[in-house]
Design a protein around this ligand. Structure first.
Ligand code: GLC
Length: 402
């Protein structure tokens, strides 16, 4: 396969802008800069923020709708051996199996001119493997632990021989992939990238207090959890940690984000979280901004970024983004996320789910503005090296060319 005139089609499971889609968008933009002669386009199952972003960047994007059974189908990703949830999942799987062939046929047509198919998301890996022709090179870009999703894992084990290469977003996910699909597939780890210019220190800031409908926050240290509303992102741990702070009256906390995915039952609703906050008597201390399109501006508007996932985080875009924005980051010490920083030097960390330890780390940072700034400055330097889009695009270029 020659390096000239590649036609790369990226197939995404979601058109919302969660971590996996933000990663893909940053990659596509960087590949286009690196290889201006290549066609890089996108196929999504629905309209959404990802397609709007593609439009703004001049990236060709098409919608190929999922059949309804496939649209709402998803496994929550929380490690569980509960028989009942497996059975529910298998039951829904049967519905998907019935409607899948027509979608796969349409996808095969949509992919007919591609030289490389880059699948992003579990449903995309499976459908791309079913639809691929022999001429095309299929790259699975895996963002999540497969073992946490038994049905997807078993499908992917069966279909792995159709993937020419498997890329994982962290060493931790790569190890999980190897256990599920075996070690005989060409596979590697490529860390995600962050738009370093957008996350630089200069730029717009947001008035988070007014977005959250709270009083002015200028005399407070601002702490935020920036995450989708997936249940394992640790919102309840964050709320509990803020409630335990010694320095609570000097702090304003924000929950930034919303329920962006369509997968049934796997997310908090904002009502549930508000109730949680109200029950702790913290409605004036913890505000909800909703989903914010301008994540760099949100990062610039806070002092401390919290990552609180209770299950091992495959990568953790918010951690990388918080570091790139030069914020003091406190992350959950597990999964791929712990590969992103050096504890004590470029971020602080806590045991996943341990609100007391998280609160202690936050108190330490609230009390020490100088230490906070130094941690953020070291984080920015580390991020500029690790999360550079040019690095990510060059690594993928090699994988695309085989
Ligand atoms: C998935 C993972 C998350 C990661 C993102 C980008 O959403 O759950 O940890 O940051 O993909 O790779």
């Amino acid at each position: 396969m020659s390096g000239a005139h590649q036609r790369i089609v990226c197939l995404t499971t979601s058109a919302a802008l969660g971590g996996a889609e933000t990663s893909l968008l940053t990659l596509i933009r960087a590949v286009r800069r690196l290889e201006p002669g290549w066609d890089v386009s996108l196929i999504a199952p629905a309209e959404g923020a990802l397609l709007e972003q593609c439009g703004q960047s001049g990236i060709a994007a098409a919608v190929l709708p999922y059949p309804p059974a496939l649209r709402g189908f998803g496994e929550t990703g929380v490690r569980s051996s509960a028989r009942s949830s497996r059975l529910t999942s298998l039951g829904r799987g049967a519905g998907v199996a019935l409607t899948l062939p027509r979608y796969v046929m349409a996808l095969r047509r949509a992919l007919r001119h591609a030289t490389v198919v880059h699948s992003n998301g579990l449903k995309a890996h499976v459908t791309a493997a079913l639809a691929r022709s022999r001429r095309v090179r299929l790259v699975w870009h895996v963002h999540d632990y497969l073992q946490a999703r038994p049905l997807s894992a078993s499908l992917m084990r069966r279909l792995a021989h159709r993937a020419d290469a498997i890329v994982a977003n962290s060493d931790s996910v790569l190890a999980d992939v190897a256990q599920v699909v075996g070690l005989d597939r060409p596979s590697c780890r490529i860390y995600n990238a962050v738009d370093l210019a957008a996350f630089g220190r200069a730029g717009a800031r947001l008035n988070l207090a007014s977005l959250a409908g709270l009083a002015d926050d200028s005399r407070f240290v601002r702490i935020a959890l920036v995450a989708t509303f997936a249940r394992w992102k640790g919102h309840e741990v964050f709320i509990d940690a803020v409630a335990r702070l010694r320095a609570r009256e000097r702090v304003r906390a924000y929950i930034v984000g919303g329920p962006v995915y369509e997968t049934a039952g796997s997310q908090w609703t904002i009502g549930e979280l508000r109730q949680h906050v109200a029950a702790r008597g913290m409605s004036e201390t913890i505000g909800f901004t909703g989903h914010l399109d301008d994540v760099p501006a949100a990062m610039r508007s806070i002092d401390i970024l919290v990552h609180a996932s209770t299950a091992p985080e495959p990568f953790g875009m918010a951690v990388a983004e918080g570091m790139a924005a030069g914020r003091a980051v406190v992350a959950a010490r597990a999964g791929g996320a712990r590969e992103l920083f050096t504890e004590g030097a470029t971020a602080l960390a806590h045991r996943p789910g341990d609100a007391a330890e998280l609160a202690a780390k936050l108190d330490q940072l609230v009390a020490d503005p100088g230490g906070r700034a130094a941690l953020g400055a070291r984080a920015r330097l580390a991020a500029a090296e690790r999360f550079d889009p040019v690095r990510m695009a060059s690594e993928f270029r090699k994988v695309y060319l085989g």
